[in-house]
Write a protein that binds this ligand. Sequence first.
Ligand code: PMV
Length: 307
Amino acid sequence: MSQGHAGGKIILMGEHAVVYGYPAIALPFSAVQVQVTVEEKGDSLSLSCALYQGLVHEMPRVWESLKHAIRLSLYRLGAPTDPGLHIEIESTIPPERGMGSSAAVAVAIARALFAFYGKDLSDKELWEIVQSAEAIAHGNPSGVDAATTSGQKPIWFVKGSELEHLELCLDAYLVVADTGKMGQTLSAVEDVADLLCTQPDAEAELVALGTLTQQARLYLATNQADKLGQVMNQAHHHLQILGVSDEALDKLVEVAQEGGALGAKLTGGGRGGCMIALADTRKKADDLVMVLKEAGASQTWIQQIGE
Ligand code: PMV
């Protein structure tokens, strides 16, 4: 029996713009995790998770990216295509909420299968497997999810460039709240691409998001939580203009801003999924959790940023 693990991720700044080469800042989010267990069982490859139990080759099309992560791992391992193995996925990462669930599952699957066959999995090979699966889940993934869910450190991510790890010196707390609605990363990414074709002026929103992410990096390094909050608020505004927010996200962002957050914005692909709010003390973070729950958040988490 072998296991593989991965955690969720939160994009602090830069979602959507990152697809076009602008920077993003993302953090591993250890409050949610996925564990994959692989063991010998039966004559054919089978899988169980919260939403599916059965043979891998009979999985419905919606599971295509997960199937691809399994197949590509087996191919890279030189293993049989349909071995007598059972894969069990246990996850506390809510799916389709901008927390990198699909990438984290792919990371944990590759790790568990490589461990099962006793082979080392290089960072490069893990990245290639996860990115290939993510291309099915998200169409045109920047790679920020693959990079964050496979690592332990906050990252500065620019598509096509070497990854940079960030030391966060910020004395603050991040409150994460789930709207309870499935996010729509694929359609949001496609619609931003269409918008850029039909209205080239929309590029200005991406430029602004890129600049705000640069500023955020400075504020994270120099412990300026209030300034970081301001750039988060501005980023949410630009994401709204790009059309990737929705009523549920806007409501939680507004409630957080009025409830004492230093700043708030959606996180991840948007159109459902999660939002984040910045609080300067644990007490403020707890208060924000209360108001966000009253406003309809289905789940909330608190993560200390400079831990
Ligand atoms: O919704 P998530 O967690 O998959 O985040 C997507 C982030 C985007 O910038 C919208 C897309 C990407 O590939 O970077």
